[in-house]
Design a protein around this ligand. Structure first.
Ligand code: 6PG
Length: 253
């Protein structure tokens, strides 16, 4: 299958055959974004997500083929969100990334800026905010070079869920979120931080995402109720990598 690409203003939507093709495409975007950023700013600050979709990308980035294509000394990893568990817990987003690739690449330990899920949620969020400010400097909104996000079946992204007060946050960089249905705490970057990234890369795969994607790319009224639909980088780059199953309900897919 050929990749179909739709470009509209600052948004590029690429439909790929399956998760494997999507993950390789994402790896190549990661490599070129890292090179551009390191050439321009001498650093590449990335915030990554958890969930099942990016795991294959992370494994590819840690593989022999890709390992040497990135100047890892200049790459700094942050997280878009974290579950409030210890860093050894199977649910930890840090653990997933560490096992898949961070443990396999030549990354200095101080380039890992994780959210301390083992702390009380508000403290973890405030400490994380301090760390982001220390790294980015100044009091303005931090500008990540790349943020990798996923989309939940309900339209959540990072740990910003539909109907949650967290979406309205306009001051803090990171906040705690309590998920009533799952009885779980998480910490997430806030919408203004996600929207201030230089580039956002969405990875979406599988049949179960088809309905929500058709809403995200559908009517504005519905879209704005979905956190993933609220990511709108004006004058910056947003790339959606979607597999054929997830693109099943998109018009013209
Ligand atoms: C997490 C996330 C979350 C995720 C979506 C999609 O920690 O779970 O960061 O926002 O990206 O839920 O998850 P899947 O990739 O598993 O579909």
């Amino acid at each position: 299958m050929e990749t179909s690409v739709i470009e509209k203003s600052n948004q590029k939507i690429e439909v790929l055959s399956d998760l494997e093709a999507l993950s390789h495409r994402a790896a190549s975007i990661f490599v070129s974004a890292s090179r551009n950023s390191i050439a321009a700013k001498k650093r590449f600050a990335v915030a990554i997500s958890g969930g099942s979709t990016p795991r294959r990308l992370y494994t590819i980035l840690g593989s022999e083929t890709y390992r040497d294509q990135v100047d890892w000394q200049s790459v700094h990893f942050f997280w878009a969100d974290e579950r409030c568990v210890s860093k050894d817990d199977e649910a930890s987003n840090f653990k997933m990334a560490f096992d898949a690739f961070l443990s396999k690449i030549a990354l200095p330990e101080e380039n890992i800026h994780r959210i301390k899920g083992e702390e009380a949620p508000d403290k973890a969020a405030r400490d994380y905010e301090k760390e982001i400010r220390r790294f980015h400097g100044g009091s303005e909104w931090p500008e990540f070079d790349l943020i990798i996000l996923g989309v939940g079946e309900d339209g959540h992204t990072a740990s910003l869920f539909p109907g949650s007060k967290a979406i309205e946050e306009t001051i803090r960089l990171a906040i705690p979120v309590y998920l009533e249905e799952r009885k779980k705490n998480r910490v997430t970057l806030t919408l203004p931080v996600l929207n201030n990234a230089d580039q956002v890369l969405f990875l979406v795969a599988g049949h179960s995402k088809a309905a929500v994607l058709s809403e995200i790319f559908g009517e504005a009224e519905r879209r704005k109720l979905l956190p993933a639909g609220l990511i709108n980088l004006v004058h910056r780059n947003m790339v959606w990598l979607i597999d054929q199953e997830a693109a099943g309900k998109l018009r013209g897919s």
